[in-house]
Design a protein around this ligand. Sequence first.
Ligand SMILES: [Zn+2]
Ligand SMILES: [Zn+2]
Length: 136
Amino acid sequence: MKPNRIRMTRQRKAILKALKETDSHPTADQVYLMVRHQIPNVSLGTVYRNLEILCEEGAIQKLEMGRTQMRFDGRMDLHHHIRCVKCGCIGDIIIEPINLNDTMLASRTNFEITGYQLDFSGICPECKKKSPGMVN
Ligand SMILES: [Zn+2]
Ligand SMILES: [Zn+2]
């Protein structure tokens, strides 16, 4: 972990707060709209730049799921994500950490394993309601 040398500007604080208060995993554009309520003169560029900095500092995480827009998450404890294949919404899944055997993986790939991502996809409750053909 890098030492916490993050300089908290007013904008950065507002962005971090907005992300900590939601579990909707917003896109940068959505974060911009959230922050603009508090700081009307904030620019989209500032929001993008601060999101990058907050990610680098480990204060938030960036989610790259499928070919959709980058999403941001203020939640930093270990959890997995599920994405709706219909509307693209992202939910959190809290499950016991999956214990992958690094040595086994390394011997199969010749890679030194440094991490993994495990994401799920499905159809969210809202979309399920909208498609009556789907059996529950
Ligand atoms: Zn959905
Ligand atoms: Zn999350």
